[in-house]
Design a protein around this ligand. Structure first.
Ligand code: AQP
Length: 341
């Protein structure tokens, strides 16, 4: 552990590797807004486009998805005047610090990452080097701001642990107390929203099946259709949440209901225990539409003016670099790199 005092600062990001999903909203965006509104932290939020290109992205789609993700942040409640909002590639300090961390992180650490194993699969020889080094860039995203806290979904826990390992090894190797040991913030009823087609897989923007996820741009009819067709077992809802232990699809729908309506899973069971899917799914769709429609409308409004989104991102990047540049310069100095005067 480090003793240095760090400004309470949050960093988190989302890959513009597709349109954002309800999983991204409940597991990340919603909590980003809560942390901004709590006022305890300086908040830095980022569309991590350099992460996205670790797997192939069509260039036009990437640009569109980056602007759409920015619109989703703002529509969900991120205020670009209070939080810093930008896309990663506009702050070159991320990639520069990532190179230093590539020399700190060990091959063995990277090889143990489950996201690497899942995404590279059996064809790891053919995966990009960037995909393998992904967690070092993520550590750079966070540590370029000396972020003390990172709100993420459950799936990112292992990468956060690796960020802590990189910070600790750097501090140890160079005998400094320079990088904070960042705390993950993984809380709330929907830290892991599952696919609507397979309760053992997380809901993901790059899943080939559009029916597996709710997109933040889906309209009311699409949302209703997707929940109606969501895979479940034939049994009605039990009386208690504990009885959903071995029913992942059913539990997922209850978790989503609780997270969207802002009540506990026990409260959902108290109201809907014993209900059949024909009753529960339309109610869930109603709750989802009620919560998401205003956000989708606002996203559409913002996306009609891409120039304004680019302006916001450019301004955010300028503010981000004011924090990251001196941290990178100090890192170079610690490492022994000669900086231009
Ligand atoms: N299903 C999920 N449930 C809860 N939280 C989730 N997050 C992602 N999916 C879920 C959280 O969203 C943040 C941004 O994630 P990301 O876009 O950087 O990468 P990811 O976790 O790999 O998300 P996807 O949607 O699965 O993207 P692809 O398909 O491109 O890999 C993170 O905080 C994550 O925890």
């Amino acid at each position: 552990m480090t003793d240095a005092a760090f400004t309470p600062r949050v960093f988190s990001g989302i890959q513009p590797s597709g349109g954002l999903t309800l999983g991204n909203y409940l597991g990340a965006l919603k909590r980003f807004v809560e942390m901004q509104d709590a006022g305890t932290f300086e908040c830095v939020y980022c569309m991590v486009d350099l992460h996205a290109i670790t797997v192939w992205q069509d260039p036009e789609e990437l640009r569109k998805n980056t602007r759409e993700a920015a619109a989703a942040f703002i529509a969900a409640g991120i205020d670009p005047a209070r939080s810093i909002l930008f896309n990663q590639s506009q702050a070159p300090e991320h990639a520069q610090l990532a190179w230093i961390f590539n020399t700190v992180a060990r091959m063995g650490w990277m090889g143990r990452m489950t996201q690497w194993k899942d995404k590279a699969g059996k064809n790891s020889e053919n995966a990009s080097l960037g995909l393998f080094a992904y967690p070092a860039l993520m550590a750079a995203d966070i540590l370029a701001y000396h972020a003390t806290h990172v709100p993420v979904g459950e799936d990112q826990k292992q990468h956060l642990e690796l960020t802590r390992d990189i910070a600790a090894k750097f501090n140890h190797d160079y005998d400094v107390d320079f990088f904070p040991i960042t705390e993950p913030v993984i809380e709330g009823p929907a830290t892991r929203v599952m696919s609507l087609r397979d309760g053992t897989k997380k809901m993901s923007k790059s899943d080939p099946s559009d029916m597996s996820r709710i997109n933040l741009t889906d309209d009311a009819d699409t949302i209703s259709k997707k929940f109606k067709k969501a895979r479940t077992d034939p049994e009605p809802l039990p009386e208690t949440y504990a009885e959903l232990k071995d029913r992942p699809e059913a539990r997922n729908l209850v978790d989503i209901f609780a997270a969207l309506s802002g009540v506990s899973t026990d409260a959902v069971m108290a109201e809907h225990g014993g209900a059949g899917w024909g009753q529960f799914k339309p109610r869930l769709a109603e709750v989802a539409v009620e919560k998401m429609a205003p956000m989708t409308d606002e996203m559409n409004r913002l996306m009609a003016d891409p120039g304004e989104i680019d302006r916001i991102l450019g301004e955010g990047a300028g503010r981000a670099r004011e924090i990251a540049a001196p941290i990178l310069a100090k890192t170079y100095d610690i490492v022994g790199l000669i900086a231009s005067k």
